[in-house]
Design a protein around this ligand. Structure first.
Ligand code: HEC
Length: 390
């Protein structure tokens, strides 16, 4: 492994500030660091002479690294006792980039505004916990076009009229239009895990017959006539996926009206889809879903180590909102947010984060009431983040 950090001038400058607390004679050095911090956090490179850079550089020279970084996220109140605002460069570039890929199946950062992104940004501006993204009952009903400001995204509640099962952005129009259309709602679970727990379904496999009886009939017990294949392959994923998927048994998306559908008490037809049976062939085996009571079997061995489920939530629940709570309270939820902010801000792969640092940042994030603005600041000021891209 290359040891880049100690040779990096920004790192030396930073250590200089941290250790000696002395003001730098060369203001241009602290302006450069301020410029770098601003572009890391907000996603915009400002000229060295910019007033905001001067302000940040002043903080750096006075040994106030956190205060300096904070200026890239929060604009102080214009008058004493006035309201702090969120930096609009941060809103329009990095915060947008944080939510955009999570809102589409392609995970492309070049995604136009949609209600998922608007919810994420509005929730962050309002200093609401990031956990609201998977369990909150809210939406942004009017999507602004053009540049986003502190005031053109308005949170409204409830998410939809007469809809008791809102799970933040998991039940947004956008997320359901991507993952509840066609298919069998398994993709909702798959992408909820990918986007909010940084875990691929293929990493959650369980061997042995742990919950085989809960796999529905559409998954053949002998694909292509190959029963061992079902046991060695299909079952490993589907006995985790299918019991969790029940959370969305009443959820659907109607392509004709382009609207989410929720039918309380009535399981959507696609959940119990059965393949056509040829004359003389046996009926397909498998579970029939009758309610939205889900079960979490990804709780043993490496899965427990990874997810760090909250014991107080339990391993069962009913509907999407409970499923969102399961996710929001897992240790992997805060760690995943740390990793995603890290990749965006530090422009480095998250697997380069020392595990102790990840845990520390994640614990801090939880203590900070899952405040995403503070997480951006905390991540950006880490010496491991400020170093050269790896
Ligand atoms: C790595 C995990 C994994 C394995 C292994 C796996 N599946 Fe799946 N399966 C999924 C996921 C995730 C979906 C949802 C995909 C989507 O809707 O985009 C799915 C969807 C399905 C569906 C519904 C397809 C539809 O029309 O929407 C069937 C049927 C299915 N799998 C059968 C099987 C069979 C048979 C095997 C073994 C040969 C198998 N799966 C192996 C994860 C897995």
């Amino acid at each position: 492994m290359k040891l880049l950090l100690p040779l990096n001038p920004h790192f030396i400058l930073l250590v200089g500030i941290l250790l000696t607390g002395e003001a730098f004679s060369e203001t241009v050095a602290s302006r450069r660091l301020a410029q770098r911090l601003y572009s890391h956090i907000a996603g915009v490179k400002l000229p060295l002479q910019d007033a905001r850079i001067s302000l940040m550089a002043g903080h750096l020279e006075a040994n106030r690294l956190y205060e300096a970084a904070k200026r890239a996220v929060i604009v102080p109140a214009a008058t004493p006792g006035g309201v702090e605002l969120t930096n609009e460069d941060f809103i329009n570039v990095n915060l947008f980039q944080f939510f955009a890929p999570k809102s589409v199946r392609s995970e492309s950062p070049d995604t136009p505004m949609n209600d998922f992104i608007a919810m994420g940004i509005a929730n962050t501006i309002a200093d609401q916990p990031y956990t609201e993204m998977v369990e909150g009952d809210f939406t942004v009903s009017t999507l602004p076009s053009g540049r986003l400001t502190n005031t053109n995204l308005t949170i409204s509640r409830p998410q939809r009229p007469s809809f008791p099962d809102a799970a933040g952005a998991l039940t947004s129009q956008q997320f359901l239009s991507e993952h509840a259309i066609n298919g069998t709602n398994r993709r909702i679970v798959q992408y909820a895990f990918r986007n909010f727990l940084c875990r691929d379904i293929s990493q959650m496999r369980l061997s042995g017959a742990v919950a085989e009886s809960l796999i529905t009939k559409d998954v053949s017990r002998a694909p292509g006539g190959d029963a061992p294949k079902f046991m060695s392959e299909c079952r490993t994923c589907h006995q985790v996926l299918d019991p969790l998927r029940k959370a969305f048994a009443f959820h659907d998306f109607d392509a004709a009206t382009n609207r989410p559908v929720y039918s309380p008490g009535v399981v959507r037809a696609k959940i119990n889809r059965v393949p056509a049976v040829m004359a003389g062939e046996p009926q397909p085996l498998g579970s029939v879903v009758a309610d939205s009571n889900w079960m979490n079997f990804a709780t043993g061995g490496s899965n427990q180590t990874y997810f760090q489920w909250d014991a107080s939530i339990g391993v069962t629940g009913s509907g999407a909102k409970d499923f969102g709570r399961l996710i929001a309270h897992a240790g992997a939820f805060s760690r995943c947010a740390v990793d995603q902010v890290w990749e965006l801000v530090c422009k480095k792969k998250a697997n380069h984060i020392p595990p102790v640092l990840r845990d520390r940042l994640a614990d801090r994030f939880v203590v900070d009431n899952h405040n995403l603005k503070k997480l951006f600041i905390e991540v950006a000021i880490q010496p491991e983040c400020l170093g050269e891209p790896s």
